[in-house]
Design a protein around this ligand. Structure first.
Ligand code: SAH
Ligand code: SF4
Length: 372
């Protein structure tokens, strides 16, 4: 099988060219053709000599993932369902706002971490995405948006996608190597040239990988906290049993020593009657007191059989006010793209119909029970 060049960051492409006796600067040329100009056909790469173009065409390919469905919400949010084979898919979401356009990227097919309120977690884990599938989401969204009439008047190098958040399906730090390579491509001036401050990785708190990311590729960090004490967090974010809150807070402090922003964003899903009381808010202030941070309250987005309800607007407001009165910046996430199931935690890669998923869930449960 030929090598897919979308799997490589600049360093890996440089090594590839060196291995076939070519000059290292070819890597930069190729990155620009692939990522900036969206060119897949080697024939069009006019500053590369013909014999090399022919060799690349013989031995390699530039193969982005395929889109199965593109949906556009009434509010302008767009969602692409990316085919990952075997009847599975992952989702990518573009959220346009006045001054910026944010792309939310998936990192795994499903997720093994089983947070109880998350539809991706309910699906279970299928597999890690490879680099071409991760960076391919940015590639595809960029190409698709550029072809759109709404953006037809843009200059060639104006950015439609100004921010990337690794907040789609999957736990990015559980697919560490591929995610970091994809981050390198996002940040590379020969590719997407995004600043570290405009790329945010969200994690449920894999402490050792947070420490590694701080050294390898520090980008802005969001942490899915969701509970103000270990007892509750053990229950709704089970990875907390491995990395409890005190360890997570210490990791956040260490991360900030190298981070491009001087705060961590704590995400907190608002679950009615579960984690949304005023007492919870006060406890939350206690546990974060040594970590410079902002809060992002996410009203729970329901999905079938979730067993949870969204906190009432009044409870969300009261919770927010307690944090704000303590001097914190708090945003309450607006739900976007609800009509196309593109809101947080609703991404489920619906290639399969729901009955099939339910069947799978039951089978998985039986499997787990029989293994126990
Ligand atoms: N695995 C990573 C990133 C993906 S999830 C993480 O957990 O951080 C992005 C955010 O959406 C996380 O904060 C996640 O907890 C939250 N989320 C998951 N399910 C949700 C739901 N049903 N409603 C609202 N937010 C949800
Ligand atoms: Fe995985 Fe994040 Fe969902 Fe938890 S919230 S199951 S870590 S995708």
């Amino acid at each position: 099988m030929s090598v897919n060049l979308l799997n490589f960051d600049k360093q890996q492409l440089t090594e590839y060219f060196e291995s076939i006796g070519e000059k290292p600067f070819r890597a930069k040329q190729l990155m620009r053709w692939m990522h900036q100009f969206g060119v897949l056909d080697f024939e069009q790469m006019t500053d590369i000599a013909k014999p090399l173009r022919e060799k690349l065409a013989r031995e390699t390919s530039i193969t982005p993932p395929t889109v199965q469905i593109e949906q556009i919400s009434n509010d302008g949010t767009r969602k692409w369902l990316i085919d990952t084979g075997a009847g599975n898919g992952v989702e990518t979401v573009f959220i346009p706002e006045d001054a910026r356009g944010t792309l939310c990227i998936s990192s795994q097919v499903g997720c093994a971490l089983e947070c109880t309120f998350c539809s991706t977690g309910r699906q279970g884990f299928n597999r890690n995405l490879n680099v071409s599938e991760i960076i391919g989401q940015l590639w595809l969204a960029n190409q698709s948006l550029r072809q759109d009439a709404d953006y037809g008047l843009l200059a060639k190098d104006d950015r439609i996608i100004s921010n990337v958040v690794m907040m789609g399906m999957g736990e990015p730090l559980a697919n560490y190597r591929n995610v970091v390579t994809a981050l390198h491509i996002m940040l590379d001036d020969a590719a997407y040239g995004l600043s570290r401050r405009r790329v945010t990785l969200s994690t449920s708190g894999l402490v050792p990988a947070m420490d590694k990311l701080r050294e390898d590729c520090p980008v802005a960090l969001a942490v899915s906290l969701h509970a103000p004490n270990d007892k509750l967090r053990d229950e709704i974010v089970p990875i907390n049993k491995n990395y409890p809150i005190a360890e997570l807070m210490a990791a956040c402090q260490r991360y900030l020593e190298k981070a491009p922003r001087d705060f961590v964003t704590f995400e907190y899903v608002m679950l009615d009657g579960v984690n949304d009381t005023q007492a919870h808010a006060k406890q939350l202030l206690e546990i974060v007191k040594d970590v410079p941070c902002k809060f992002n309250l996410i009203p729970f987005n329901p999905f079938p059989d979730s067993g949870y309800d969204t906190s009432t607007p009044d409870n969300i407001r009261r919770f927010r006010d307690i944090l704000m009165q303590a001097g914190y910046v708090v945003t309450t996430r607006k739900t976007r793209g609800e009509d196309i199931d593109a809101a947080c935690g609703q991404l489920a890669g619906k290639v399969q119909d729901k009955t099939k998923r339910t069947e799978q869930r039951i089978l998985r449960k039986i499997h787990l029970e029989s293994a126990a």
